[in-house]
Each structure stands twice: as structure tokens, then as C-alpha cells.
Design a protein around this ligand. Structure first.
Ligand code: SF4
Length: 346
């Protein structure tokens, strides 16, 4: 279909029209539903890294939590390897917990501070691979080796490790189940720049070695571009632009994507003057509304340098992006509204 983002690999994860809501108190009227995510559709191919980008409050982490079944879906569906998650029932099956793992920004949330690294990794290996004793210990050593840590670290506690070493252990912890999809939720955001780049290179190496797929969630477009083949940009719970990472980075179409990229320091001299011009044109005009529930039309209208009358009345539908992908902005000349495809978003 025109404008669909080309994904050459078979989809491993498919998300259709995902909606997630949370109850919030509403003065004397009791509770109402806050819509954290709506109309979100994309897929992640076998062996692909798909980047999900947006500021804090964009809903990107909520999408990751819905995939992990940590928050309930209000509408839509999620399929993993062709199986609809709705068929799982109340408890998440062990095979899904094994196949889909997560690496969070702060590894302390997943690593028990009172356990040595050998115990932390050994428990997961024993539970998911049904081995014990020397066999389990050998796998723990292999896991540490795969994240470039020597066996010396098996005897350490998480609190004795640097931030980068702790994140390597968190990655080994995710790998211990032999997953197919790893959700990296701001996995390098807390690290200094040089450690960030080491961990990004490690993740890329592991993707090839273990045939992993990644959903890489970050507020930092530069970091996401480093790893991703395709990206989706989210604003206030909705995908506003999606396409091949290189194309979106080189030629951002949505005013929000342009604003995000204008703040990225780009070492490429060919991009520097473009970014400077974008910065002059795109002054961030306001804070994002905390809750767009009462806002009619485009959710980005309060910050957009190109806002038009129609933007205040009509929510922009997803249409073909001029190069490749999809875009939700009235600046795109009218084209048939696209239905959900397995390659893009609606
Ligand atoms: Fe700006 Fe209008 Fe496009 Fe929204 S729809 S991003 S307000 S031009």
C-alpha cells in the first residue's frame, strides 16, 4: 500500500489500534478515564529494531507495558508470533514471559540488591532452562561473557557495580530466558555518553548473534536512530509520524518530529545548517497540555509553528508520508485515509 513502511522481515509483534486508559479522579464527579494511548498500530519484524520515540508523557512506555501485560488494554489487540494476546487469559503464559523480555532504564528495579550476580542470573536460568549445578553455572558464565563481563562479576552484588556494568547484568538477565523480543525502555538514558555508545554497540552485536528483535523506546531520537531500522514518533498518546529511521531523521515531516530533531546535536556538517534553520523556524511555543481530553483537533496545536484553523477542529488522520511511512498532520495534502496495514500505522 502507498506510504506503507517497508518491513522485509516477517512480523514477530503486531499491534493494532491499541488503546490504554487509566482511571483518574475528576473532582466531585468521581472518576473518568484518562486516555494514555490511542490508535497505536505498528509491527516489529524478526531480527528488526523498531524505535519508539517521544517526550515524557507521550505514551511510549505505556505501549511497552501493554506488550508486557503490565497494564490492561482498553481496545485493540496485540499479536506475538501470530497468537493474539487476548487468548492468554488472566495469567501470562510462561512461554510468553520467556520470549518477551525487558531492559529498563534503572537496572536496580530488576536486580535484587541482596543477591550476587551469579544467583540473580542462575535463578532465571534454572527456572526457564531447567538446569542446575555446574550446567547452570556454565550458562551464567556464558551469559556474562556475552555482555563482555568476566566471571569475576559473578560474585559481585549489584551495588558493587558501575552503572554500565549493572546494565550489562540487566541485559544478561534478559538474555537468560533466550528471548525473541527485548523491549529496551530508556535502557541507556541514565548512562554517560561513552558508556551509552558501548551499550548500544553491545545491543547491536547481541541482536545479530542471538537473532533478537528489539522495541527500542527512548526520548532521544539520536540514540534511537543509532540502532533502529524503522521508527514511530509519539505525541500525547498517538503516533504522529513513522517511517524508515534514516528517512525520518533526514527529512522529518511532522512539526513535532522537526522540533525533536532540532534539539539534537548533529555532528554531520551536512545536517548542521538544516538543524539550525529548523531551530529558527520552530520555536517551541508552549508546554504540552497535561491532559488533551478537552482539546478538539490536533493535540500538537498548542505548540505547533504551522497551526491552521482546521487543526483546531479536526484530528488529523494518518496519511501517506511523502517519502515512505505515515504521518498525522493537516499539512499533508489530502489523500485517502489509510487503513491499518501490517507494515505501518493507521
Ligand atoms: Fe501542526 Fe496542524 Fe499539523 Fe497539528 S495538524 S502538527 S497543529 S499543522
Amino acid at each position: 500500500m502507498t506510504g506503507a513502511v517497508v518491513n522485509n522481515s516477517a512480523p514477530l509483534l503486531e499491534i493494532d489500534d491499541l488503546k490504554v486508559t487509566f482511571p483518574v479522579s475528576h473532582g466531585i464527579f468521581g472518576k473518568r478515564q484518562f486516555v494514555a494511548v490511542r490508535d497505536v498500530s505498528f509491527d516489529v519484524g524478526e531480527g528488526e529494531t523498531f524505535g519508539l520515540v517521544g517526550e515524557s508523557g507521550s505514551g511510549k512506555t505505556t505501549v511497552g507495558r501493554a506488550i508486557l501485560r503490565l497494564v490492561p488494554m482498553a481496545a485493540g489487540n496485540i499479536r506475538f508470533d501470530g497468537t493474539d494476546m487476548a487468548s492468554f487469559g488472566r495469567d501470562t503464559p510462561l512461554h510468553y514471559r520467556r520470549d518477551v523480555q525487558v531492559v529498563f532504564q534503572d537496572p536496580r528495579s530488576s536486580l535484587n540488591p541482596r543477591h550476587r550476580v551469579s544467583q540473580i542470573l542462575g535463578q532465571v536460568v534454572a527456572r526457564h532452562r531447567h538446569v542446575a549445578g555446574r550446567e547452570r553455572d556454565a550458562i551464567v558464565t556464558e551469559l556474562l561473557d556475552s555482555v563482555q563481563l568476566s566471571s569475576f562479576y559473578a560474585g559481585r552484588y549489584p551495588g558493587e557495580l558501575s552503572g554500565g556494568q549493572r546494565q550489562r547484568v540487566a541485559i544478561a538477565h534478559a538474555l537468560a530466558t533466550q528471548p525473541r523480543l527485548v523491549i529496551c525502555d530508556e535502557a541507556v538514558s541514565a548512562l554517560d555518553v561513552s558508556t551509552q555508545s558501548q551499550i548500544l554497540n553491545l545491543l547491536e552485536d547481541l541482536r545479530g548473534r542471538f537473532k533478537l528483535s528489539y522495541l527500542f523506546i527512548s526520548h532521544d531520537l539520536a540514540v534511537v536512530r543509532h540502532l533502529s531500522q524503522r521508527i514511530a514518533v509519539m505525541y500525547l498518546g498517538r503516533v504522529v509520524e513513522t517511517g524508515p529511521a534514516e528517512s525520518v531523521y533526514r527529512n522529518p515531516q511532522h512539526p513535532y518530529t522537526q522540533m525533536l530533531l532540532a534539539s539534537v546535536l548533529d555532528p554531520d556538517p551536512a545536517h548542521k545548517s538544516v538543524r539550525r534553520a529548523q531551530r529558527r523556524k520552530i520555536a517551541d511555543r508552549a508546554e504540552a497540555p497535561r491532559d488533551p481530553a478537552g482539546l478538539q483537533g490536533c493535540p500538537f496545536q498548542t505548540r505547533c509553528h504551522a497551526v491552521m484553523d482546521i487543526c483546531r477542529n479536526e484530528m488529523p488522520a494518518h496519511r501517506a508520508r511523502p517519502e515512505d511511512g505515515l504521518l498525522a498532520c493537516h499539512l499533508v495534502s489530502p489523500a485517502p485515509i489509510l487503513n491499518r496495514t501490517s507494515e505501518g500505522v493507521q
